[in-house]
Structure formats: structure tokens, C-alpha cells
Design a protein around this ligand. Structure first.
Ligand code: TPP
Length: 551
């Protein structure tokens, strides 16, 4: 009678439920799992740090709607991956972490890398379990995959002791469940759909906020139809960008502070009133703002500001419900009113300030000047990964997105170090697309060794580092006669040389006129490249009405 081992069974079960990508670092006891994954037709990408492997797995989850798998060894391998679990938990992205664990037969004996792994995973996960018998692997994998993508998505954890991975069992004792179907798409209460449209019709200064939940739900066609049918002004959240193209005439992103502060009704589509949206509270929001809220998770409704109307359901299904009602009873927000003219005026004012910064050819460059050239060099369907403080915040306003799920950033958890792994995941999922990671020099440093992964797999990712000598701008020279400033790095560090060690190409850019040729050469090189761009340590965002976080 045919036998199957635990490693093959885990790989086969993952494949059975649509898991296509695995990122990891091998060692005892998970080596056979990685080889089995390759044999079963799962793409295995070996990373240089578990943190990056776990970031990559969740980016796959966001981009494809099926969790990416992250494979790590017991003990420190598993604990290194917890930052990824936390980031996925905060972003509500699906991923499945598979942690090797010490043998069940040695539990409590001080086994090699023995650790309370399930307990450590649990606060970040929708589901965390140890596989207790080899023949139950298909059960646990189905449970984990389904839980990660059904309802509100999120990370899950499976603990795989070495003696389960190595165990053999009769093949026929291990029947697979049918593949987990795509998540059900619940509709909202039809009365709430009517109420939402009535609320929008009654608002003098309405604003739609398009969140990344709509991107995850693949609701772009429905959201576009809704915005165009109603002619409502909309603002995209950082990763909601691209659900509608950023150059859409109804986008009011260039007047963000103004519209948030003055809207008297906000329709929140698949976004949360967390710190990124200033909790929906004054001074950033109108104290009397009315909230119409659409979310897949009922428990999200009313967070920080009570919702007048709750649309609980899948963003694509619910927006289609709204669109159907609008076809029965067409309605548009007025074309001419003080709300529209006020927004248009603010957009113009903001544009004038940034134009001056775009055209400033000072050396070293300011962020806007550098980002202008990056913007102009990118194709419209580029996938942009972005992290840093100013690099990311200014980049979000300068680098446009024209397609959904084409922007990945530090996200709800504000995590530095995600960018390289996100770029690797994006290039794995979309080998045909231009992927660019726009990185602050500090952000790059968290995961810089992952450029070796891009080189090893021949991924033509362009890593652009906006280098201002430290965390949000360090000193231009290092004075070792005093304590080195906590935010300082080696000035003018030649990060581009790191990738050359692995066969990639590097460019060092100091002057504005050198930047576009370097970007074009890097993207034309056909392989991975770093463009290391010196930015003035004193360069900042254009003057802002409110301080960051508005404490
Ligand atoms: C994992 C993690 N550690 C530390 C921080 C704190 N932090 C926020 S932004 C940042 C780096 C900002 O500098 P840089 O990436 O160079 O971008 P810049 O603002 O200079 O453009 C750091 C370390 C964080 N957000 N995440």
C-alpha cells in the first residue's frame, strides 16, 4: 500500500487549496517541506530573513486573494516571522505561516529550538494550531486557508512538529477536502442600501473614501461605476489608490486635508477610521460629520465615530447593490456648488506649491524633484512598493497609481522593512510588470540583503533609494568626537554597491540631471538594479496644515 510523508502531505494540501507561492528559509525540521512544495508545483522562493518571507507571503495574499505561505524553522525562525504576522493582522491580509516545531515526543524536555510558538502566534492570527497527527494535515490546512480568506481576511498559523513532518502514513488515510472555494460575498441589508443612498442625497458636502478593502475585494469596476454614476468626489486611502486611476476627474486627493475637514458626510468604502484617517475626529474631520460605512466586518462598524448607516458585506457585492438601486433611481451630486468650487480652488493652491518644488534643481535634491523623475520614468501599470517616512508620504502624493492593487506600502502597521519583500512578491505574481521599490535609506536597511533574492531569481526590480543619510535626514558628515546622533547613518553611503556583489547593477545619483538617465538605464538593464539618490538631509514635506498624527 502507498505511503505518504508529512512534508508531502502539507505541500499537497496547500496546493489543493490554491496556495501557489511559498517564501521561506529552510533548516531543521522544514527542509523536506520546501522540497515537497516544489515537487507539488508550488513556487518556492528562498528569502534571507523570515521577516521578509512573512511580508512576501502576505503581499501575495493581498495581490491574489489566496494566502501566500511562509515556511520557517522552529524557535528563532518562527519568532522572526512574527513581525509579518503582526503586519498582516494590522492590514487584514491573508497569509499562512508554517512553523517547524520541535518533536512532539520531546515536548517539555528542552528540545532543539523548542518554544511556545502557537501561543506566540495566537494574538496576531485568526487561527493558530499545532498539527497533532500526520493524517490530519489536510484537515488543518483546509481550516487554515479557509479562515485566512473568509470574512475579514487575516493571517493564520500552523505549527508542524518535526516528527509529524517526517512521519509516514497510508495514503488512503489522508483524503483531501475539496478545494476551498473563493470567499462568499455577502450582500448588505437592502434597507441599509436605500438608507445609504438617501443619506448621500441629503448631504451638502459629501465625500467618498475608497479604502484598500475595495482593492482586496476586486471591486474596482463597481466602485468606478458608483463614483461615475453619482459624480461624488472621492479620496483614496494609501493602498486604495488605483482602485480608480489617480488622474480621475473626481479624485480630490490633492485637497486631502481640506475635504476631510469640511465634508459633512463621509461614505467609507472598505476603509477604517484608524490613525491613517485621523480616527474620523476633529480637528481633521468635521465634528458633525455623518458616516456611512461599508465593511466586511460587522465589528468594524462604528469604530471611533458612530455610523449613521452600516453596509455590512463584501465591497464588490454591496457596491453592485448600490449601483442597481441607482439604475432604478438615478441620482447625481450637483455639478455646480460651493463644495466643488472650494475643492477645486484648494487643489489649484496645493498644485502651485508642489510645482515649485518639482522644478527646484538644487543639489542635493529635494524629495519632490527626485520623485518627479521617478514618476515620469514609470509606466502606467508599474507596481509601486514604497516605504520610509517622507519618502513614502511624499511619494504617495507624487507617484500616481492607475490600477488597483498596484501600490504596497508600510500600511496600517507603519512597518519599515516591508518594501523589498513586497517587491519580490509582486514580481513573482506579476513577472510581466515593472516593479519598483521606492525606499528611504533607513527603510531599505531593514531588509537590504533581500536584493540577493531578486538577483538570484533574476527579478528585474528597480530599487530606488532616497538617501538622506539617516532616519528622516541625518548629518552630512559624521562627527565622531561627539556621540553619534541616533538618527545618523554613514553619510553618502554607497548602497548601490550592495547589489553589484550579487550581479545586479547600481547607480549613484547626486545631481538632478543624472537621475532620469540613471532610472532609464536601470529599468532598461533587464535585471535588478539599485538607483541610490542623494537627497538633502534638510528636505521635508511641503508645509502641512497639521502635524503628523495631529496629536
Ligand atoms: C520596524 C520599524 N522600526 C522602526 C520604525 C520607526 N521609523 C519610522 S520611519 C523610519 C525611517 C525613516 O527614514 P527613511 O526610511 O530613510 O525615510 P525618509 O523619511 O528619510 O525619507 C523609522 C526607522 C518603524 N516605523 N518600523
Amino acid at each position: 500500500m502507498a505511503e505518504i510523508d508529512g512534508a508531502t502531505l502539507i505541500a499537497r494540501s496547500l496546493k489543493q487549496h490554491g496556495v501557489q507561492y511559498m517564501f521561506g528559509i529552510v533548516g531543521v525540521p522544514v527542509v523536506p517541506v520546501a522540497f515537497a512544495a516544489q515537487r507539488e508545483g508550488i513556487t518556492y522562493i528562498g528569502m534571507r530573513h523570515e521577516q521578509s518571507a512573512s511580508y512576501a507571503a502576505q503581499a501575495v495574499g493581498y495581490l491574489t486573494g489566496r494566502p501566500g505561505a511562509c515556511l520557517v524553522v522552529s524557535g528563532p525562525g518562527m519568532t522572526n516571522a512574527i513581525s509579518g504576522l503582526a503586519n498582516a493582522w494590522s492590514n487584514r491580509w491573508p497569509m499562512i505561516l508554517i512553523g517547524g516545531a520541535s518533536d512532539i515526543s520531546q515536548h517539555g524536555m528542552g528540545a532543539f529550538q523548542e518554544a511556545p510558538q502557537v501561543e506566540a502566534a495566537r494574538p496576531w492570527c485568526k487561527y493558530a494550531a499545532q498539527v497533532d497527527r500526520v493524517e490530519r494535515i489536510p484537515y488543518f490546512v483546509e481550516q487554515a486557508v479557509r479562515t485566512s480568506i473568509y470574512g475579514r481576511p487575516g493571517p493564520v498559523y500552523l505549527d508542524l512538529p518535526g516528527d509529524i513532518i517526517g512521519a509516514r502514513v497510508e495514503d488512503e488515510a489522508t483524503a483531501q477536502r475539496p478545494p476551498v472555494p473563493d470567499p462568499p460575498r455577502p450582500f448588505a441589508d437592502p434597507d441599509a442600501v436605500e438608507a445609504a443612498l438617501a443619506a448621500l442625497r441629503s448631504a451638502e458636502r459629501p465625500l467618498v473614501i475608497v479604502g484598500k478593502g475595495t482593492a482586496y475585494a476586486r471591486a474596482e469596476d463597481e466602485v468606478r461605476a458608483f463614483i461615475e454614476a453619482t459624480q461624488l468626489p472621492y479620496l483614496a486611502t494609501p493602498m486604495g489608490k488605483g482602485v480608480l486611476p489617480d488622474d480621475h476627474p473626481l479624485s480630490v486627493g490633492a485637497a486631502r486635508s481640506f475635504v476631510l475637514q469640511n465634508a459633512n458626510l463621509v461614505f467609507l468604502m472598505g476603509g477604517r477610521l484608524n490613525w491613517i484617517l485621523h480616527f474620523g475626529l476633529p480637528p481633521r474631520f468635521n465634528p458633525d460629520v455623518r458616516i456611512v460605512q461599508m465593511d466586511i466586518a460587522a465589528e468594524e462598524i462604528g469604530t471611533n465615530v458612530p455610523a449613521e448607516v452600516a453596509l455590512v458585506g463584501d465591497a464588490r457585492a454591496v457596491t453592485a447593490q448600490l449601483n442597481a438601486k441607482l439604475r432604478e433611481q438615478p441620482w447625481q451630486f450637483g455639478a455646480e456648488n460651493t463644495w466643488r468650487t472650494g475643492i477645486a480652488k484648494k487643489i489649484e493652491e496645493n498644485r502651485a506649491v508642489t510645482e515649485a518644488l518639482f522644478d527646484d534643481d538644487s543639489v542635493p535634491m529635494n524629495y519632490y524633484r527626485a520623485l518627479r523623475d521617478i514618476r515620469d520614468a514609470l509606466p502606467a501599470d508599474a507596481i509601486i512598493c514604497s516605504e520610509g517616512a517622507n519618502t513614502m508620504d511624499i511619494g504617495r502624493t507624487v507617484l500616481p497609481n492607475f490600477l488597483p492593487r498596484h501600490r504596497l506600502d508600510a500600511g496600517s502597521f507603519g512597518t519599515m522593512g516591508v518594501g523589498l519583500a513586497f517587491a519580490i512578491a509582486a514580481q513573482a505574481v506579476h513577472p510581466e510588470k515593472r516593479v519598483v521599490a521606492v525606499e528611504g535609506d533607513s527603510a531599505f536597511g531593514f531588509s537590504g540583503m533581500e536584493v540577493e533574492v531578486a538577483c538570484r531569481y533574476g527579478m528585474p526590480i528597480t530599487f530606488v533609494i532616497l538617501n538622506n543619510n539617516g532616519i528622516s535626514g541625518g548629518p552630512s558628515t559624521l562627527d565622531r568626537s561627539r556621540p553619534i546622533m541616533p538618527n545618523a547613518y554613514i553619510p553618502q553611503a554607497r548602497y548601490e554597491k550592495i547589489i553589484e556583489a550579487f550581479g545586479g547593477k547600481g547607480w549613484f545619483v547626486e545631481r538632478p540631471e543624472e537621475l532620469r538617465p540613471a532610472l532609464d538605464a536601470a529599468m532598461g538593464s533587464g535585471g535588478p538594479a539599485i538607483v541610490n539618490v542623494m537627497i538633502s538631509p534638510s528636505a521635508q514635506r511641503k508645509p502641512q496644515q497639521f502635524g503628523w498624527l495631529t496629536r
